[in-house]
Write a protein that binds this ligand. Structure first.
Ligand code: TYD
Length: 146
C-alpha cells in the first residue's frame, strides 16, 4: 500500500479545492517530482494540457466543469488560480513545481497574473468535452445550488 493512501483518502473525502504536495527527489544534478494517478492526485489522468506564452495581463479559464476534476502545477514561473465555489472565492498562488492545486468539479476557476515565461501544467480527469464546460457564472451558480 502506498504511503500516500491516507493522504489521498482525506482529499477524496473532502472534495475541496486544495494544494497537494508532490514527491520531490532532491539531487545535485537537479530535482525531480512526479505524479501517479490515484496515488498523488485523487483521480485517473485522462488528459494533460499546458498553457504557455501568456501575454502580460491576460487571464485564462473563467469557467467551471460539470464533471471534470483538475490538478494544476506551475512547472515554471508563477500565476494565481482564483477558485469560486459559488459562495466564496479563494486565490491560490502557484510558483513551485513540487506542489499543485486540486480543483474538484463544479468550481469556477480563473488563472491570472502569469509571470513571464510561466508554464502551467493541467491534468484532467476527463477527455476534452465542450459540453462539460459551464461558461456562464449565473448558470454555474444555479446548478451548484440545486
Ligand atoms: P479553454 O479550456 O477554454 O482554455 P482556458 O480555460 O485555459 O482559458 O480552451 C481554449 C480552447 O482550446 C477551446 O477552443 C477548447 C480548446 N481545447 C481543446 O481542444 N482541448 C483541450 O484539452 C483544452 C483544454 C482546450
Amino acid at each position: 500500500m502506498s504511503p500516500n493512501t491516507e493522504y489521498i483518502a482525506t482529499i477524496m473525502n473532502s472534495k475541496e479545492p486544495q494544494i497537494i504536495q508532490l514527491p520531490k527527489i532532491p539531487d545535485r544534478r537537479g530535482n525531480l517530482s512526479f505524479i501517479e494517478s490515484g496515488n498523488h492526485i485523487p483521480f485517473d489522468i485522462e488528459r494533460c494540457h499546458w498553457i504557455y506564452d501568456v501575454p502580460g495581463g491576460e487571464k485564462r479559464g473563467g469557467h467551471a466543469y460539470r464533471t471534470t476534476e483538475e490538478f494544476i502545477v506551475a512547472l515554471s514561473g508563477s500565476f494565481d488560480v482564483v477558485v469560486n465555489d459559488s459562495k466564496e472565492e479563494k486565490t491560490y498562488h502557484l510558483n513551485r513545481s513540487y506542489y499543485g492545486l486540486y480543483i474538484p468539479a463544479m468550481n469556477w476557476r480563473t488563472m491570472e497574473n502569469f509571470s513571464t515565461n510561466s508554464l502551467a501544467l493541467v491534468l484532467s480527469s476527463t477527455k476534452y468535452d465542450a459540453d462539460d464546460y459551464l461558461r456562464e457564472f449565473e448558470k454555474f451558480k444555479y446548478l451548484k445550488i440545486e
